[in-house]
Design a protein around this ligand. Structure first.
Ligand SMILES: Cc1cc2nc3c(=O)[nH]c(=O)nc-3n(C[C@H](O)[C@H](O)[C@H](O)COP(=O)(O)O)c2cc1C
Length: 219
């Protein structure tokens, strides 16, 4: 098959961009230009009605990072043990929770904290299409940003628990009320750049052809 891209490299990027926490290099600073380059690539992502309504809040100031991380730590200590009980049904997920709890204790040491936001807020009764359109106009860009970081030797993790106290974070950073915060990503160079694909079930087990009910093998 002749492909327009080097599939070995693109597939390696897509299959090894992991949630990185413990392997973030907490000692090395990250260049502003590099972050802007990754945002520029993320701006190629799709948005509903071509709104391009994304905004990127980047926190590098040590004092602000410490305050933000203080909030994050409190939420992490409150929320993660219960979530672990509910969701951790296998060793892989137990490891994710170990790593997530570690992040809660060390977030203040991460050199860059990125809060992707999207312009607009939900009205009083959000519907499914409105929700998909609002969040769908930022998550593809977040993933592109994470892929661009990975291809340059940096790592990140998409986290959302700070949103339990999004109003306090907005006040701390002066984020206007018209913005919806969507995530918080710790960003740093990684210690080493070799990451493995994660174990996932075969795609056939999560794919439905034509009708939801399994048709069985096609002759
Ligand atoms: C919507 C969403 C919310 C997430 N929230 C958190 C979070 O609050 N804290 C955290 O450490 N990781 C969070 N993650 C990262 C997941 O734990 C991670 O993507 C998943 O375990 C897969 O890990 P892997 O990329 O290493 O395979 C979140 C991921 C998504 C997609």
């Amino acid at each position: 098959m002749s492909a327009p891209f080097d599939l070995l490299e693109t597939d390696r990027l897509l299959s090894t961009t992991r949630a990185v926490r413990r392997r973030l290099d907490l000692e090395r600073s990250v260049e502003r230009e590099l972050l802007l380059e990754c945002i520029s690539l993320a701006q190629q992502a799709p948005t509903a009605s071509n709104t391009q309504s994304w905004r990127w809040m980047i926190v590098t100031d040590a004092q602000l990072r410490a305050q933000l991380a203080g909030l994050y730590r409190e939420i992490s200590e409150q929320a993660l043990p219960g979530a672990r009980k509910h969701f951790a049904r296998d060793a892989q997920t137990e490891r994710v929770y170990d790593s997530a709890e570690w992040l809660g204790q060390h977030l203040h040491e991460v050199p860059v904290l990125v809060i992707p936001c999207v312009e607009n807020r939900f009205g009083p009764s959000p519907d499914a299409a409105g929700a998909a359109s609002l969040y769908g106009s930022i998550f593809p860009a977040i993933w592109s940003f994470q892929l661009a970081l990975r291809s340059r030797g940096l790592g990140s993790t998409l986290t959302t628990i700070h949103l339990y106290r999004a109003d306090e974070v907005a006040k701390l950073l002066g984020i206007p009320e018209s913005m919806t915060q969507v995530a918080l990503l710790p960003v740093a160079y990684t210690r080493g750049t070799a990451f493995k694909p994660a174990r996932r079930p075969p795609p056939e087990s999560i794919t439905h052809w034509n009708r939801w009910q399994d048709e069985g093998p096609v002759a």
